[in-house]
Design a protein around this ligand. Structure first.
Ligand code: CUA
Length: 353
């Protein structure tokens, strides 16, 4: 898939868990259905390729002009036996593939009763995950219980996107004013790579996400922990300064649970410090990457709506706000301090997922 290829090429870092991006290495029953179909089509494609290619090479070798031969080769028309074979073989292949596809579709449509419901909303260029029943929210990293079916209700806030956890699921378009259902069950705990799979603008390839599947009882603890979450009060002068910078420059678009910051135009940052990635999955969430991200997001992610904070001019020639290096450092430290109390949910520190 081109989207995936570009995403891999565009990512400056491939994370350890991104080995789970392989579409043909299924990590759920849903993806296994599709992978089996792909392999069957591949088998028949190879048979057709070898059959037609072989016939071509045979004809070229057998019927080429012999030394001393002149004039046209003998002409003939029609061969009933050959015609029947040429119609019957493709018909057989298409029939077999149709039956296999119909069986797969029937199995996929018998989705189990979901244990968790997540409303997914695509935006240029990030993902909002809303657990309506639990009253909690996350951005760009969706946490689910392994072994339990999860229903994703998928929609979009602007243009058409497509929600695709490559090894875990199948693509489901995110269409404005419409909700598409997808039920997935991760077979094992882990971090799974996800990618927008519908061309949606300049940073389509930079619109990644991760699915974090926790052991089921740990997932329940995560939900409880998120429900009880209050952003920790800044514990040092630098963190206080970071919060001041956040309130002045970021709070209009970003929310943090347990504070007065309730912006909704950008990703919810409530437990940003626990996240594995930043910038909708394009970079590891470390200070080294966070600083250049905060200074100038559109530079690394074309079309990102978040403005620069390094005084540089935007596309319309307007100079951005310029924060000092110290202000950027303090803002980064403040964002990193936003963590759930239970250290198990500091996902970027986990090596076992
Ligand atoms: Cu969103 Cu492509």
């Amino acid at each position: 898939d081109l989207a995936l290829l570009f995403a891999v090429l565009a990512s400056s870092e491939v994370l350890a868990q991104d080995r789970r991006l392989n579409v043909l290495d299924p990590t759920s029953a849903t993806n296994r259905e599709i992978t089996d179909l792909v392999i069957w089509s591949l088998v028949f494609s190879v048979i057709v390729l070898l059959g037609t290619g072989g016939a071509l090479f045979y004809a070229v070798a057998k019927f080429r002009a012999k030394p001393g031969q002149t004039g046209d080769a003998p002409q003939f028309h029609g061969n009933n036996r050959l015609e029947v074979v040429l119609i019957a073989v493709p018909l057989l292949i298409v029939t077999i593939l149709s039956i296999l596809t119909a069986q797969s579709m029937a199995r996929l449509n018998r989705a189990p009763e979901p244990a968790v419901v997540v409303d997914v909303k695509g935006w240029q260029f990030w993902w909002d995950f809303h657990y309506k029943n639990e009253g909690i929210r996350n951005s760009n990293e969706v946490v689910i219980p392994a072994g339990r079916p999860v229903l994703f209700n998928i929609t979009s806030g602007d243009v058409i996107h497509s929600f695709w956890a490559t090894s875990l699921g199948i693509k489901r378009d995110a269409i404005p004013m419409q909700s598409n259902r997808l039920v997935l069950t991760a077979e094992a705990p882990g971090v799974y790579y996800g990618q927008c799979a519908e061309l949606c603008g300049a940073s389509h390839a930079n619109m990644l996400f991760r699915v974090i599947a926790l052991p089921a009882e740990e997932y329940d603890a995560w939900v409880a922990s998120v429900k009880a979450y209050q952003a920790p009060a800044p514990a040092s002068a630098n963190l206080q300064n970071g919060e001041r910078v956040f309130a002045a420059n970021c709070a209009a678009c970003h929310a943090i649970q347990g504070t007065n910051y309730k912006g909704v135009a950008g990703p919810d940052l409530s437990y940003f410090g626990d996240r594995i990635t930043l910038g909708a999955g394009i970079w590891p969430n470390t200070r080294e990457y966070l600083i250049p991200w905060l200074k100038n997001p559109p530079k690394v992610k074309p079309g990102a709506k978040m403005p620069a904070f390094d005084g540089s001019k935007n596309a319309t020639g307007q100079a951005s706000v310029k924060l000092s290096d110290q202000e950027i450092e303090d803002l980064a430290a403040y964002l990193e301090s936003l963590k759930l109390e239970d250290s198990r949910f500091d996902f970027k520190a986990r090596k076992d997922l």
